[in-house]
Design a protein around this ligand. Structure first.
Ligand code: NAG
Ligand code: NAG
Length: 257
């Protein structure tokens, strides 16, 4: 039987996708930079977060403290939004971030994210299960208003095609980074297996060696709980392995030859 037009189109789409596994090129690098940046050559700390993810709520204040501690000339924090599909309000809250970012010329972007985290429980799946999408947008607009962005403008921009595509692109971009969870972290574009509960000093123990230019070898601990002949390797805060004689203790990696 000949394929119908619909199945032919579907087949073409499948072929198209398989040979064009690409996302559109953004007009400028993606993500929301904390503060107003600096021409220096800082360590890049990227956080992939979902405004409705409880672990991200835990991690976010510490990330801001880390960025403030170092300053933008030493560490540049950039947030990439990865709204998880099973958090009902996540995509709208992410699109809201784009709206606020644009309307306030980046001045209130992080205030918006902070407001989302502080009020996360009122946007949970349970809390919004009886609300229509328009009601959720209405509720979000009151948070925009609190940041000085006109609620009517905010609601109108929720249907803006470009902002919709920007939000989708941020999500797709994150997928191309190989991230499938939140919060996800990268330092200088390399994955860091950090816990959301990391403190500023935990982050310092990973970031300081990067700033000093050292390779951070020899993170062997003095007290050794490993079997005889092996050395304890504290390769990230709270994460240890036992290295055999031929192995190095490599930060962010563990025991490797
Ligand atoms: C954002 O902040 C900058 C620097 O303080 C200021 O010049 C600009 O007018 C602000 N923009 C808006 C929309 O508030
Ligand atoms: C959002 O959270 C802040 C800080 O916890 C709180 O003061 C404020 O009342 C909350 N806003 C709403 C609309 O629930």
């Amino acid at each position: 039987m000949w394929p119908t037009i619909a199945t032919t189109v579907a087949m073409v789409c499948v072929v198209w996708v398989s040979v064009n596994g690409q996302v559109p090129i953004p007009k400028r690098p993606l993500g929301f930079v904390y503060g107003h940046g600096d021409p220096a050559d800082p360590v890049l700390l990227k956080a992939y977060i979902d405004p409705m993810c409880p672990d991200c709520k835990v991690a976010f204040p510490t990330l801001l403290q880390v960025a403030d501690h170092y300053g933008p000339s030493r560490v540049r924090l950039t947030v990439h939004l990865f709204p998880l599909p099973y958090h009902r309000v996540a995509f709208l809250a992410s699109k809201g971030t784009h709206i606020i970012d644009k309307a306030t010329q980046r001045n209130k972007t992080y205030d918006w994210l902070t407001a989302m985290f502080n009020n996360q429980s009122s946007f949970s799946n349970d809390a919004t299960s009886d609300m229509t999408e328009n009601q959720v947008i209405q509720k979000l607009s009151t948070f925009a208003e609190a940041l000085g962005v006109d609620a009517t403008h905010f609601i109108k921009m929720m249907s803006d095609r470009d902002l919709e595509l920007d939000t989708r692109l941020g999500w797709k971009y994150t997928c191309t980074r190989g991230i499938a969870w939140t919060p996800g972290y990268m330092l200088n574009d390399v994955l860091v297996n950090a816990d959301p509960t990391w403190t500023v000093s935990d982050w310092e123990s990973v970031i300081d060696p990067l700033l000093s230019g050292s390779h951070g070898m020899g993170m062997h601990r003095k007290e050794n709980s490993c079997p005889p002949g092996q050395k304890e390797c504290n390769f990230l805060p709270g994460k240890t392995q036992c290295c055999t004689a031929g192995e190095n203790c490599i930060p962010n990696v563990g025991c490797r030859c």
